[in-house]
Design a protein around this ligand. Structure first.
Ligand code: NAD
Length: 350
């Protein structure tokens, strides 16, 4: 196995690893451990080049620093990527080698699930390193984070509704959800339980049909979902869905969803503000999963009651973001960044 350090300005450690025997080609980026060890998921994608994977792992690890700083998880930001096709290249040896690579970070990087990585893969990783979270509940770990991300999104929506409509009550609110997978599907169910009127869209027609028949949601074609008049739009599919071509089509008063990197460009939040659309910054509202995982690392181990209590803080964090935005006349993503930077500065001072 060959580990090569990649010096990157502003990052504590970035390294690539090649292991001929297993075929592993991976990168780990530790953006910051100012507030604690860098926790972030492992994803596997057929990146065209190491350069492309490096761009992704840098962007994602930095995002984890901000997400954890605002959520006050006591963790820093890191991420790992395996370059390869998850459908053809997965084998225990590959994940064991990845475990050795993570072990070489000596606890500064802690991994979890992300795109195309499941609990079975992480179990193989954990045979070589202890720096793994998000394993099965039966093993004493915190399990699948998605239901907690969805719950945290409801908590955040209450704060956004209070800011936009003067009440955190979601009953009677019309909410359009794009992407009803692990997180969006659960979010739709939780919102219906609260009396919201829920419209769903997804490119997976079978999934939409199943959810509509089981829960009585209204469905809309994915191409038409932006035109639906609603109170809250919840993007829960992929990133970059809010951009110059979609913003003019939006018919919502609030954007509050779970997808990562919802804005194509940072500047697009200013356009939303000018249009009078309240944007709940993605990494603030979708922190339920990371908060749940972080509880697993506390003394005493995972405790669901403690996790649910801490997820309630998303309400307070978003209220603070909206307050900074109002008081300083800046878009909400600028306000969230200020909040994260404040917490990092405090961490550096302590
Ligand atoms: P998932 O793969 O289970 O679900 C995604 C859903 O979006 C699928 O049903 C898919 O068919 C649909 N979809 C994909 N592209 C689409 C498109 N162009 N238009 C409409 N629908 C589309 O993923 P997930 O775990 O539910 O995560 C959803 C989003 O939330 C992702 O952006 C993820 O990064 C983010 N997120 C997830 C978690 C978590 O705990 N799972 C935590 C934080 C952020």
């Amino acid at each position: 196995m060959q580990i090569t350090e990649i010096p990157v300005d502003g990052y504590e450690r970035v390294a690539s690893c090649r292991d001929e025997a297993s075929g592993l080609h991976a990168l780990i980026a530790v953006h910051s451990t100012v507030l604690g060890p860098a926790l972030g998921g492992m994803r596997m994608l057929p990146y065209a080049s190491e350069e492309e994977a490096l761009v992704d792992v840098r962007r994602l690890s930095k995002g984890m620093t901000y997400k954890s700083a605002v959520a006050d998880t006591g963790l820093g930001g890191g991420k790992s990527v395996i370059i390869g096709d998850s459908k053809t290249m997965k084998c225990p040896e590959l994940f064991q080698a990845m475990g050795d690579f993570i072990e070489a970070f000596e606890g500064k990087y802690i991994t979890a699930e992300d795109m195309n990585i499941g609990i079975g893969d992480l179990e193989a990783v954990s045979s070589r390193t202890g720096w793994v979270t998000g394993l099965s509940r039966e093993s004493g770990s915190s399990g699948n984070p998605s239901p907690y991300t969805a719950h945290g999104c409801v908590v955040g929506m209450r704060a956004a509704a209070e800011e936009a409509f003067g009440s955190q009550d979601l009953s009677g609110k019309h909410i359009v959800i794009q992407g009803v997978g692990a997180v969006g599907g659960q979010l739709a169910i939780l919102l219906k339980e609260r009396g919201a009127q829920v419209t769903i869209s997804d490119i997976n027609a079978e999934r939409v049909e199943q959810l509509c028949s089981e829960h009585g949601f209204t469905a809309v074609d994915d191409e038409d979902h932006l035109e639906v008049e609603c109170d809250i739009y919840a993007p829960c599919a992929r990133g970059a869905g809010i951009n110059l071509s979609t913003i003019p089509r939006l018919h919502c008063k609030v954007i509050a969803g779970c997808a990562n990197n919802q804005l194509l460009e940072f500047e697009h939040a200013e356009i939303l503000r000018e249009k009078g659309i309240l944007y709940a910054p993605d990494y603030v509202i979708n922190a339920g999963g990371i908060i749940n995982v972080s509880i697993e690392l506390l003394d005493g181990g995972y405790d669901e009651v403690a996790a649910m209590a801490k997820i309630e803080n998303i309400y307070i964090n978003l209220k603070r973001v909206f307050e900074i935005s109002r008081e300083e006349g800046v878009p909400t993503n600028v306000a969230a960044l200020r909040l994260a930077e404040q917490r990092l500065a405090q961490g550096r001072a302590d």
